[in-house]
Each structure stands twice: as C-alpha cells, then as structure tokens.
Ligand binder design. Sequence first.
Ligand code: CU
Length: 148
Amino acid sequence: MAQKFILFIAITFFPAIVLATNYIVGDEMGWTVGVSYEDWAEGKTFFVGDTITFNYHQGQHNVVKVDGKGFQSCQEEPNNGILTTGADAITLATPGNKWYICSFGYHCESGQKLKITVYDSMAPIPTPTPPPAPMPWPIPEPAPSPWY
Ligand SMILES: [Cu+2]
C-alpha cells in the first residue's frame, strides 16, 4: 500500500519518469505451465501504453483474453480473440483489470493464467518551468550624473 502511495506521488509530481515499458510475461520462462504469473506480476505496475509479450512454442499454448469470471473458471471466451503466434504482443490500451489464460488442455487450471491491473498513464509531459533567474547582487547604483 505504501508502495502504491509513493508511486502515486511519483507519477503525480514527476510524470516525466513514466515511460512505456515492454514486459515479457514470465521473463525468460515465457508463457507456459509451471510458472506462477501471480508472482511474476507481483510488484509490477502496468500503465496504459505499456506492452506485454507472451512468448511460447506456437501450437503448444495460446493467449485468450477473458474476464474475471473466465479467469477464475478457466473458461475461454473466443469472441475476445485468441492469440496464437507464439510471440503475442499486447499493448495495454485501457486502464483496469486484464485477464489472460491459455486454453490448451488443462494449462489454465495448472496455473497458466495472468491477471494484471493497468493504470492510467499520465497526460502529456509538461515542459519543466525554468527556475527564476537569481537577482543580481549587489544591485549596481546608477552612476551620479555630473552636475557642473
Ligand atoms: Cu498452455
């Protein structure tokens, strides 16, 4: 919780540090059975504009977008589109919860499922205001004009 609060502060006051990130789901393990994607997603914060890529052996797995119910029950929803290339990159377009499962065999039941929460990215990066120029010091006195 404290971590999220600090992040909130960071993105509120330092929006320039927020850049689009490409995540490889499962890192070097890829998208497969026997990896905890809950652990993988733990501590990561996903923003609109970030990309997540599912790498796997084509024909052995797939990526199906589901809702929370489909995630719980491992029920695929083919209408949402099934990704099958083996290197499926998804750009996170909207904030909110996203759920992905593999619909091969009992892969989802065995834990090949990913839930992430996507946060709104910040508005366009504002140009930083330059600090005010320091006052010249000492202020030079105008030279007295000659009086004669
Ligand atoms: Cu699978």
